[in-house]
Write a protein that binds this ligand. Structure first.
Ligand code: HEM
Length: 379
């Protein structure tokens, strides 16, 4: 049950003022007094699930280290299924769900996206209706391409994502699993105010160039208008990496593949970690400091003519590689970047992509406004 003794009721947590109420309740704990055990583990800050956007996309500034992502086919009424998933999310993040077996959810977030087939049924011309194109270096069978629903679960405690996903599935009839992937992130290094990013399995800091402020997120991540206001487009790609081959390169050559120094993360064009790469900078003998096929050159938003996507990738141990996850207001932000990379990105030579999908990451929700109800309306 909700922790009335802490001065915050379950209802207050579920209301739109829940975040402020929760912050107030935590701040109200006297020094040394234990925090409410249902939600807080080892100083990890809870992430309230309600709001304009789904909390897992941008709220955790310290992105959680553990991820479990599943892709499903959906049978039955989409609105009803989504509303049920939303109820599970509210219950699981509130900390009193029996499926967590007494383990604190901590900073648990569950992010849900709906695939093009289902979006086409209700809004045939809008965002989220286009499937992801195929690209070179893909080995993707039908089961691992597309899908009706993605559920992305993130938390600091490695036990929380599998227990949470199991509970959501248990409570939601009509979902058939296509594939799932576990992945993790190491500790983050500071990039700039309000933004930090972890090293990936290559040893390079990943996620440096990112929209951070509300204005930046509004420009490049959130869909602004209509029934989809507050939503985003989620792209996921399971990219296996030939790590032995990459690590056989001298570090300087690895840095040329990426376009940044490995240790400092500074662009090869100079400056510090938080400086933008300078694609024009040349050495005295006329060579580009950022090689012509470096990943940061091919992926840079300016030549692609798109805003900056929000990347939230996680490293994988099985298979070895990167579970690439990005959020953007328009799919073309991803596709125009991927097209430029496919032409000549030295990093892609070390990869093969074995699963991919695009999903409409639904707008935020709360107890009064069920998950997905602005688009699918629960019946
Ligand atoms: C194996 C897969 C990948 C790895 C290991 C990887 C790694 C990196 C690294 C280390 C950086 C430089 C630091 C940073 O700004 O975060 C970077 C930048 C970037 N990556 Fe990737 N990446 C991968 C795939 C992708 C894909 C599939 C896309 C999108 C289509 C992408 C888009 C970007 C963008 C937009 C930047 C920022 C470029 C800039 O403005 O400087 N990456 N990536």
């Amino acid at each position: 049950m909700a922790k009335e003794a802490s001065g915050i009721s379950r209802r207050a947590l579920l209301s739109s003022g829940g975040l402020a109420a929760l912050g107030g309740a935590l701040a109200a704990c006297a020094p040394g007094e234990p925090a409410p055990p249902e939600r807080v583990a080892d100083g990890v800050q809870p992430v309230p699930p309600m709001g304009e956007h789904q909390a897992g996309i941008s709220v955790p500034t310290a992105v959680q280290p553990h991820l479990l992502l599943g892709v499903y086919d959906l049978e039955g009424d989409t609105g009803t299924v989504l509303a049920r998933i939303g109820e599970s999310i509210l219950a699981l993040t509130s900390g009193d769900h029996p499926a967590l077996a007494g383990i604190a959810p901590g900073d648990l977030t569950v992010t849900v996206g709906v695939g093009p087939r289902l979006v086409q049924q209700v809004a045939p011309d809008g965002p989220g209706t286009e499937p992801l194109p195929a690209y070179p270096r893909e080995e993707i069978d039908d089961r691992h391409r597309g899908g009706d629903l993605v559920i992305q679960v993130c938390a600091s405690d490695p036990l929380v994502p599998p227990l949470t996903l199991a509970a959501v599935l248990e409570n939601t009839p009509g979902l058939a699993e296509r594939w799932r992937q576990r992945a993790a992130r190491g500790p983050s290094v500071p990039v700039r105010d309000g933004h930090s990013a972890p090293r990936n399995v290559l040893g390079f800091v990943d996620g440096i160039a990112a929209p951070v402020t509300p204005d930046e997120l509004a420009e490049s991540v959130w869909i602004g208008d209509g029934d989809l206001a507050g939503a985003s487009i989620l792209v996921v790609r399971r990219m296996e990496i030939d790590l032995p081959a990459f690590h056989r390169l001298p570090v300087a050559a690895q840095e040329g593949v990426i376009g940044r120094e490995r240790a400092s993360s500074a662009p090869l064009s100079g400056g510090a970690i938080d400086d933008d790469v300078n694609l024009q900078a040349k050495s005295p003998d006329g060579k580009y400091l950022i090689p012509v096929d470096a990943h940061v050159r091919r992926a840079h938003p300016r030549p692609a003519g798109v805003p900056l996507m929000l990347r939230r990738s996680y490293s994988m141990d099985d298979p070895l590689g990167l579970l690439f996850v990005s959020y953007q207001a328009e799919l073309r932000t991803f596709t125009q970047t991927m097209e430029r990379m496919s032409e000549s990105d030295a990093l892609l030579d070390f990869t093969r992509t074995t699963a991919a999908g695009v999903f409409l990451a639904l707008p935020g929700f709360d107890a009064q406004h069920p998950l997905g109800s602005t688009i699918f309306g629960a019946s």
